[in-house]
Write a new protein. Structure first.
Lengths: 305, 462
């Protein structure tokens, strides 16, 4: 077991920013830390990184107290920060030195990552001369150049164009293959589904859903039925006791209680000579799980997934 | 709290600061000013001397060319006939109007004449006046008139002493100025010139110290604030503790300040060393040099103001400067860390600016008090007032006031140590406060933190 976050809580006066959060990463891979705005994701990350003190709990690395000053950790913050007027190469050298890297290692890491992220031509430029996407790449280099065991990526893909987003995903996949432990916070659920195995969804400082994503999905079962026909499927579905939860020109989605309901609808559509373009019975998406968990925590009426 | 890693922050901050355009430009401008001022000081004796070089001789030649000098002395405290002796000495053509033209028709002669002048010496109440009249045709220059004023001033003085039957030496004894002072027996006294010199040294030192301590403290604040605003701080804090960041910055800015002082000092000293022989050479080559005694006396007073500096004084001055710098920089860093938005920077630094300005004005008070004592009573005392002592031990003013006072005043060692000790104590307390709240403040975003918020954080963080 590498990283263990055990019962951490954080209070600001009467306000509870984080309450009794625990999770662990037993194997290298990506752990997703999700939540609504102000749910406590940044507080959790700052506590892990030692920037914030905690009221209770502990953060362990291989069973010993974790400190970013003694353990190797890379951090890509949600709010990007670079010195606008200093050269890229000088900043990378500075942050490398702060991580305890030696000059030759800094140089080779800088050369490698600038080339890998297609930024070699900008090494003597200042951040104010770079696009936002390229500044973000520099931030990623700062997080990766010391070859840390633990990577914390807070919204790594926000603001990136599709080409650069793909580049970032490729780099993250490479890091996973290298055996890195990655904590990722992201509001783009498909990205999380691409990478992560385990997750915690936070809401108002409390974990509202935790565990292995595949197991969570399986526990809900295949409850989503997505259908696309040339004809209007909704009246036919009503005869089977199904009401659409989402209806777009592209797709009509139903939530089913039992898989027999889906089979019945398919049978009737065939009998009525409907032209079926798409018929899919699937588990709930992470997006749906997220929304349901949050609503449930708020005590709102939740449509069963 | 650990400050591990402060050296890396120090190195980066120091190198980036001295490479910045603003540092290079300001250093060059101020260095040129220092070089210019130091050079000017070495040339003061030459400038003071050259104004009178050979002038008397040339003008007396012109005076000798005058056809007639009509002299009328109606003061009654001289024998007008005595002026003839001066006429003979300098080969001038005098007409004593008291005797030859008692009705004053000579004035009309001078007005319409050519190459003639009138000298009218009168007395009203307790003042005598010497008035030189020149002809309307411009045949006699005003410079020649000025020379005659000087000549008749000396002549009139000599004649009135002679008339009163006293020698010049006796007259000087009677009219010599009297300096007065109130002293504690056993302590040294100081002359008026020395006091002027010490006041000027104190003012200059206070300005330089204020510029160094306050300005570089402000730079620490701006640097901290900009790192926080640009979110670089969050990245830094994954590698070093917040206190290490501010310690690294404070020491870096302190070294930048010392580097500038060394550059300015070297240039100023270099200017003196290089140009003093040049100035002496110019002086040696001059003829008929008349030195300005006042300038020489003030320069001597400047030199003597520093004559009793001990090694302990120098050590205490250095400690005061470093401690004062740390005190102000820590405060600046604290206030700079309260900012989350660039537009809040000025208002966040207002309390820091207020403290600095109060300290600076307080540091001027001892000098003003010394001046007012002198102007008011003529007495010069070396005894410090309770307010002066307060200013020397008050940590807000002592970094600006204490160093020059230690070098120029006859302060008791106990008072010096008290001033330095209190400053060190308050600086340590300030650093502990900063250490206590800084890691919370530096990550705060949103509204600008007020002083009461900082105090609240310190209390909650016990």
């Amino acid at each position: 077991m590498a990283l263990t976050v055990s019962h951490i809580s954080k209070q600001y006066g009467d306000f509870t920013a984080l309450q009794d959060l625990s999770f662990s990463m037993e194997e290298p891979g990506v752990y997703a830390l999700l939540g609504t705005n102000g749910a406590g994701k940044s507080t959790t990350i700052r506590i892990i990184l030692g920037m914030l003190s905690k009221n209770s709990g502990e953060v362990l690395w291989n069973g010993e107290s974790f400190s970013p000053f003694t353990h190797s950790v890379g951090y890509l913050a949600e709010e990007r920060g670079l010195y606008p007027k200093y050269k890229i190469s000088e900043q990378l050298t500075y942050f490398g030195e702060l991580k305890g890297m030696r000059k030759p290692d800094i140089k080779s890491a800088m050369d490698y990552w600038l080339e890998r992220l297609e930024l070699t031509e900008y090494r003597d430029k200042r951040p104010e001369q770079l696009s936002k996407g390229n500044q973000q790449k520099i931030q990623l280099i700062i997080a990766l150049m010391s070859n840390p065991e633990l990577l914390i990526l807070d919204e790594p893909l926000s603001g990136l164009d599709p080409v650069n987003a793909d580049l970032f995903k490729t780099v993250i996949n490479e890091e996973i293959k290298k055996g890195k432990y990655i904590i990722m916070s992201c509001h783009q659920m498909p990205v999380i589904e691409d990478f992560c195995e385990d997750l915690t969804i936070l809401h108002h400082g409390r974990p509202v859903l935790q565990g292995n994503l595949n197991k969570i999905k399986k526990s809900y079962g295949r409850v989503n039925l997505a259908v696309k026909c040339e004809e209007d499927i909704i009246p036919l579905a009503a005869q089977c006791g199904l009401n659409p939860v989402e209806n777009t020109p592209e797709l009509t989605t139903f939530r089913i209680q039992q898989e027999d309901q889906a089979k019945q609808l398919l049978q009737r559509a065939v009998e009525n000579n409907f032209t079926i373009i798409r018929y899919e019975l699937r588990e709930p998406s992470l997006h749906e799980l997220f929304v349901e968990s949050v609503k449930k925590a708020d005590g709102e009426e939740v449509v069963a997934i | 709290m650990s400050i591990l890693g402060w050296q890396k922050v120090f190195k980066f901050t120091f190198l980036q600061t001295i490479r910045s355009k603003s540092f290079i430009i300001s250093t060059i401008i101020i260095a040129v000013l220092f070089l210019g001022v130091s050079t000017l000081i070495t040339f003061i004796p030459v400038i003071a001397a050259s104004e009178t070089e050979g002038g008397d001789v040339a003008d007396l030649t012109e005076v000798a060319k005058l056809d007639t000098i009509y002299v009328q002395d109606t003061t009654g405290i001289t024998d007008p006939e005595g002026y003839q002796m001066f006429a003979d000495t300098f080969g001038l053509n005098f007409t004593i109007a008291n005797k030859d033209d008692p009705d004053g028709t000579y004035l009309e002669t001078v007005k319409n004449g050519t190459n003639v002048v009138s000298v009218n010496i009168t007395k009203e109440e307790n003042r005598a006046s010497i008035n030189i009249g020149l002809p309307a045709d411009g045949s006699v220059s005003e410079e020649t008139g000025d020379t005659l004023v000087g000549l008749f001033y000396e002549s009139f003085n000599a004649l009135r002493y002679q008339f009163a039957d006293i020698t010049m030496e006796e007259a000087e004894n009677i009219t010599m100025p009297v300096d007065s002072s109130v002293i504690v027996i056993g302590e040294d006294t100081q002359s008026f010139d020395q006091m002027i010199a010490k006041t000027l040294i104190g003012m200059f030192a206070a300005i330089v110290l204020f510029m160094l301590i306050f300005s570089y403290g402000s730079m620490v604040a701006q640097s901290v604030a900009m790192e926080k605003i640009s979110r670089v701080m969050e990245l830094l804090l994954t590698s070093v503790r917040p206190l290490a960041v501010i310690v690294g910055k404070v020491i870096a800015m302190g070294c930048v300040a010392i580097l500038q002082v060394l550059i300015f000092g070297t240039l100023a000293l270099g200017g003196v060393v290089i140009f003093t022989p040049v100035a002496e050479g110019i002086l040696a080559g001059m003829e008929n040099v008349v030195q300005d005694q006042t300038a020489i006396e003030i320069m001597n007073a400047f030199a003597s103001s520093f004559s009793e500096i001990s090694a302990i004084d120098i050590i205490l001055v250095i400690i005061t400067f470093i401690t004062g710098f740390i005190f102000y920089s820590m405060l600046a860093g604290l206030f700079g860390a309260c900012v989350s938005r660039a537009e809040d920077l000025q208002s966040a630094l207002q309390p820091y600016s207020m403290i600095g300005v109060i300290g600076f004005f307080l540091s001027y008070m001892p000098m003003n008090m010394a001046m007012s004592v002198s102007e008011g009573t003529g007495a010069m005392t070396t005894q410090l007032s309770p307010l002066q002592i307060f200013i020397y031990v008050f940590p807000i003013s002592s970094p600006f006031a204490l160093p020059s006072a230690m070098l120029t005043e006859n302060m008791a060692l106990g008072l010096k140590l008290a001033g330095v000790g209190i400053l060190i104590l308050v600086t340590v307390l300030t650093t502990l406060l900063v250490a206590k709240v800084y890691h919370q403040i530096i990550l705060h975003t949103g509204n600008l933190l007020k002083i009461k918020d900082i105090i609240g954080l310190a209390r909650n963080n016990k």
